[in-house]
Design a protein around this ligand. Structure first.
Ligand code: PLP
Length: 401
């Protein structure tokens, strides 16, 4: 008993258990409920397009059931290189690309390969939290750059500059960002890149949502900017643009000098990615691309429906410009912390959303709402949310005697 407590404490210190417990708590609440509207996870409800599924089935039929090339299927790496270039990215050769079982896995490979104990890694806050977890497991120091409504929750070069020290080694840029659904404008990305060159930083550029932007937003790939190819690791994957979360295919690309060693670490972790999934990913890139635009339009409609509902309730939010999330300030609207609001919304309204603290937010004010349900379900979720918001507002006006 004493021994297991010791181990538990060591583990808690090592991975700095933050808010995991709230997801567990919410999962426990949801367990006893029916008809929960799930706007929590970043997992599209849309199906993987049929031609991609068929390519996976065909691969299975052909017996593609063995280990593959450690860097990934050569044809897939060639297609990834062409795809990156076609979207304004850097010119990579297929041996500068490593296919991984999801982009998330790539974060750990990159952090464990690049970071020494004591190195500083600058991350957006709030931002997709596995970057911090990967850095902590590498005994690096996480330096969060706090973003706020003031810049629509986007990073600016000025904010990044304030956090650079002689120990800074890596900067993470997630564009569009998760959980905020916001976009760092191309001119700002250029300024951030100049800072990276000036201070000799490596940039991990997470462009997994780059195909999903709204209005006239555009994502500037970091590695194609002058002087950046040699110091950028571009991370992306198939989960979001092609609704392929369950296939588990992502990748990272970078200069050969860095990639050789990282490929070795990746091989030690994963050997290779499921062959069936890689053939499906190949079909995703080489097949018709209309499906991406159709999904983007679907998220755009949902985004508008959700924002209209929040507007009607007087809940402010960061302008959603990309990805499929809306980041909303429920604390200002209700007077209670966002994490508490999420639990009440689930228990009383049967709507699942996540508090921003899960993504490292430094204030417990915001919630992330995923656009992963059809418009009628989003409207239903808004109706349920309004009822819970009204109840909380009424309680706060007339506290129980
Ligand atoms: N990068 C960002 C910003 C994400 O939000 C996610 C998943 O939500 C990933 C990477 C990893 O996705 P996957 O491992 O499914 O490729």
């Amino acid at each position: 008993m004493q021994m297991s407590e010791l181990h538990a404490n060591r583990l808690a210190n090592r991975i700095k258990l933050k808010d995991e417990h709230i997801i567990t708590r919410m999962a426990n609440i949801a367990e006893g409920l029916t008809d929960v509207i799930k706007l929590g996870r970043g997992d599209p409800d849309l199906d993987t397009p049929a031609h991609i599924v068929k390519a996976g089935q065909d691969a299975l039929g052909r017996g593609e059931t063995h280990y593959g090339h450690p860097l990934g299927l050569p044809a897939l790496r060639k297609a990834i290189a062409e795809n990156i270039k076609a979207h304004g990215g850097a010119d990579y050769s297929p041996d500068e690309i490593v296919v991984t079982p999801g982009g998330q896995h790539a974060m750990f490979v990159i952090a464990l390969s690049l970071l020494n104990p004591g190195d500083e890694i600058i991350v957006p806050c709030p931002g997709y939290n596995p970057y911090s977890q990967a850095a902590e497991l590498s005994d690096a120091t996480v330096v969060p750059v706090r973003m706020s409504m003031e810049t629509n929750f986007t990073l600016t070069a000025e904010m990044v500059a304030k956090h650079i020290t002689p120990k800074s080694r890596v900067l993470v840029l997630i564009n569009p960002n998760n959980p905020t659904g916001t976009v760092t404008a191309p001119d700002e990305v250029e300024k951030i890149a100049k800072l990276a060159i000036e201070h000799d930083l490596i940039v991990i550029s997470d462009e997994i949502y780059a195909r999903l932007t709204y209005g006239n937003q555009r994502i500037q790939p970091v590695a194609s900017l002058p002087g950046m190819r040699e110091r950028t690791i571009t991370l992306s994957g198939f989960s979001k643009a092609y609704a392929m979360t369950g296939w588990r295919v992502g990748y990272f690309a970078g200069p050969r000098e860095l990639i050789v060693a990282m490929a070795e670490v990746n091989h030690a972790f994963a050997i290779s990615v499921a062959s069936v999934s890689q053939h499906a990913a190949l079909a995703a890139l080489t097949g018709p691309q209309e499906c991406v635009e159709e999904m983007r339009k679907t998220y755009d409609e949902r985004r508008k429906a959700l924002c209209a509902g929040l507007d009607a309730m007087g809940i402010r939010y960061a302008e959603p410009q990309g990805a499929f999330y809306v980041y909303a300030d429920v604390a200002a609207a209700t007077g209670i912390p966002a994490s508490q609001f999420c639990e009440r919304l689930l228990a009383e309204g049967k709507v699942m959303i996540y508090p921003g603290t899960i993504y490292g937010d430094y204030v417990d004010d915001y919630v992330r709402m995923s656009l992963t349900q059809p418009v009628p379900r989003i409207e239903e979720a808004i109706g349920r949310m309004k009822a819970v918001v009204d109840t909380i507002r009424a309680e706060r006006k007339a506290p129980a005697a």
